[in-house]
Design a protein around this ligand. Structure first.
Ligand SMILES: Cc1cc2nc3c(=O)[nH]c(=O)nc-3n(C[C@H](O)[C@H](O)[C@H](O)COP(=O)(O)O)c2cc1C
Length: 309
């Protein structure tokens, strides 16, 4: 059998591998590759950056919760200027495309960061919409119109591909996905963490100081997968990067079958920084044993004949 063809198209981008290091779990990407080989990734997404430095939330900010992880880091970052000074000159030597992740409190801030990231040499900009919406209530990612305004501003600010990272907490994620696609996103990332909480029953206090945080890891997979399937079924042609709870090769197969064209891996890195190599091998083994020669042949196969509620 011919070696597995891992190449996949994600909108205007061709990835050499479906595995994408998820934002916030591979640092700046620049330092991550001194720990793990870049060879198993199609891209690495750097930690989200804001227009100004954000100090993040008070500790404790991370806690195990069931089979997953709770984080309330609060997108601590040095701001775009300091980020560019520290990492910009080294982005080209990472050995895999680095995508930047922009965050802000409104369209202008996102656009400013995106412009800086592009000038610094990132090959795509991910718009992290899981951020409080200063114009209204809750997260930007919950609101189709607010999400579209941010993506439109970023689209106008840069010429590299733009993606929008959505929240599985959105009550109508199809509406948000459609709005950001209309606003110029080249693909959507589904998705970020879901809100969660855990209590230390001995101290009678929440396990993260903020009280609640973003829940990630294996328990997130069925939730994110449902959202991927729904968006793939309802908006044919919109490229999707699935993300949430991937820790094994079989998880990647599931996301591709659900309609994703690439798969983010995040929390697994904390216990196993070199997980991508193992996941890649498991994926290749599964494909060999099922006579799959091209990963692209798997995209969306589970959607045929499915009618979602
Ligand atoms: C500690 C931590 C920090 C994160 N920081 C970011 C971030 O800065 N920007 C972002 O878009 N997502 C961030 N995420 C979300 C991940 O990129 C990913 O979408 C989420 O964890 C689900 O995937 P997973 O289950 O594979 O971890 C973070 C996740 C964790 C666990």
């Amino acid at each position: 059998m011919a070696p597995l063809n891992r190449s996949l198209a994600l909108g205007p981008v061709t990835l050499r591998s479906p595995l994408v290091g998820a934002s916030g779990t591979v640092g700046s990407a620049v330092d991550f590759v001194s720990v793990a080989s870049p060879d198993y990734y199609g891209a690495l997404v750097a930690k989200s950056v804001a227009p100004e430095p954000w100090v993040g939330n008070p500790p404790p900010r991370l806690a195990p919760a069931g089979a997953g992880m709770l984080n309330a880091v609060g997108i601590q970052n040095p701001g775009i200027e300091a980020w560019l000074a520290e990492f910009g000159p080294r982005l080209a030597g990472v050995g895999v495309p680095v995508w930047g992740s922009a965050v802000g409190h409104g369209p202008g801030g996102f656009a400013e960061v995106a412009r800086g990231l592009e000038d610094g040499g990132v090959e795509a900009v991910e718009v992290n919409l899981s951020c409080p919406n200063l114009d209204g209530h809750g997260l930007i990612a919950l609101d189709p119109d607010a999400s579209a305004r941010v993506v439109e501003a970023v689209r106008q600010a840069v010429s590299v591909p733009v993606s929008a990272k959505l929240s599985p907490n959105a009550s109508d994620i199809v509406a948000v996905a459609g709005a950001v696609w209309d606003a110029g996103a080249d693909w959507v990332v589904i998705g970020n963490t879901v809100w969660g909480a855990a209590i230390d029953i001995e101290s009678r206090t929440p396990r993260v100081a903020m009280g609640s945080g973003g829940y990630s890891g294996p328990p997130l997979k069925p939730i994110a997968l449902r959202a991927v399937m729904e968006v793939a079924a309802r908006i044919p042609g919109l490229p999707i990067l699935g993300c949430g709870g991937v820790s094994r090769g079989a998880d990647v197969v599931e996301y591709l079958m659900a309609g994703a064209s690439a798969v983010g891996i995040g929390t697994v890195h904390f216990a196993e920084p070199r997980a991508a190599r193992r996941i890649d091998r498991e994926l290749a083994r599964w494909c060999r044993s099922h006579s799959v020669e091209r990963l692209s042949d798997l995209v969306g196969v589970a959607l045929r004949g499915v009618s979602l509620p």
